[in-house]
Design a protein around this ligand. Structure first.
Ligand SMILES: NC(=O)c1ccc[n+]([C@@H]2O[C@H](COP(=O)([O-])OP(=O)(O)OC[C@H]3O[C@@H](n4cnc5c(N)ncnc54)[C@H](OP(=O)(O)O)[C@@H]3O)[C@@H](O)[C@H]2O)c1
Length: 319
């Protein structure tokens, strides 16, 4: 019997966007507790070009070749042994550990949920790595409460746009940073104050905040610690561990985001999708590229600017 093949992006060594090459490779087989999904959309997350560049090679070296991508949506094509929660033909979304920049990917059922029909495949693929991260940071780690003040950096980005909406939905006062081009967009998500970080230091308007969601690291992280009020908390999504000496001096807490596992769980994915399906939370797609143009999609993501999540779409006309 001839092996079933698929188109997938392969990375064979660290380097620039040109290292993302579309190749024909064998279709993977789902194992115990896994499903094979025909991918309709895959989100492009900044971590994926950072890994491709080799930024994490000393701490987490890549095994080559690999297929990038984790956030996806699609239709179940096969179910592995022991899977009872999902069936062939169901529309699903979630996280894959096997690479989502491909026509097919393998997902564990623990990080998979049914896609509501009210949201598109592309919208569903913005949830993992975006909405799920904002949710875990604000609600699981920072325990954000109604009436608290929260500062969300990169409020127009793939994580920030959800963080602003979740915080507003919870009844917090929301301050977001974005360039002027995204200011109205961030306001429309529910931010009470939008700071154009290109013109105004955020410290001027964001003071005594209960929670900071840091999506930038470095100097923004250092400066953000000083706008948190005593007893408040800063959650950073970047690798840099906040200085404990500084947090002690300021009387605040600061930590790297630490989601609970499995992440994202089926129930978290379902909760967020329900909020989107009922129109309480919305998402934004920055731009959609065909899978064959993954290198262009990475080059755009690497600019660090824009609005919403960049998407890759698999070639749906192929059998
Ligand atoms: N640890 C984790 O679990 C985890 C998970 C998800 C993300 N992350 C990290 O979190 C960061 C954000 O992720 P993302 O997916 O939201 O990225 P993204 O969508 O690429 O973010 C782009 C946004 O960043 C804004 N921006 C750029 N420079 C800024 C600055 N100095 N101040 C404020 N906003 C600025 C841009 O706004 P303008 O266009 O208006 O300039 C743009 O809207 C990335 O570094 C990512 O790797 C970590």
């Amino acid at each position: 019997m001839s092996e079933k093949m698929m188109q997938a992006i392969q990375v064979r060594r660290y380097g620039g966007p040109e290292e993302l090459v579309l190749e024909s490779i064998p279709r993977p087989q789902p194992g115990e507790g896994e499903v094979l999904v025909r991918v309709h959309a895959a989100g492009v997350l900044p971590i994926e070009w950072k890994v491709r560049q080799g930024l994490f090679k000393s701490v987490r070296p890549s095994t080559f070749p690999y297929i990038p991508g984790s956030a996806f949506s699609g239709i179940i094509a096969e179910v592995g042994p022991g899977v009872t929660a999902f069936n062939i033909g169901q529309e699903v979304f979630g996280r894959s550990n096997n690479g989502a920049y491909a026509e097919y990917t393998i997902a564990e059922v623990e990080t998979l949920a049914l896609k509501p029909e009210q949201i598109s495949f592309e919208e569903a693929a913005t949830i993992s790595g975006g909405a799920t991260v904002a949710w875990s940071a604000l609600f699981e780690n920072a325990d954000l409460q109604p009436g608290q003040r929260v500062l969300v950096h990169a409020a127009a980005g793939g994580v920030g746009l959800f963080a602003v909406q979740f915080a507003h939905w919870r009844g917090a006062q929301v301050i977001g940073t974005a360039s002027a081009a995204n200011a109205r967009f961030v306001s429309s998500l529910g931010a009470d104050i939008v700071i154009d970080y290109t013109r105004t230091p955020f410290e001027g308007l964001a003071r005594n905040v209960d929670v900071v969601l840091d999506t930038m690291g470095g100097e923004v992280l250092e400066r953000s610690m000083r706008v948190v009020k005593r007893g408040g908390i800063l959650i950073t999504l970047l690798g840099q561990e906040p200085s404990q000496q500084e947090t002690n001096r300021l009387g605040i807490r600061a930590m790297r985001n630490a989601p609970t596992f499995p992440f994202p769980s089926t129930s978290l994915l379902q909760n967020i999708a329900r909020l989107m399906a009922t129109g309480q939370i919305r998402t934004t797609i920055a731009r959609t590229f065909p899978l064959s143009e993954a290198s262009e999609a990475h080059a755009l993501s690497e600019t660090g600017h824009g609005r919403g999540r960049i998407m890759l779409k698999a070639l749906l006309d192929r059998a």
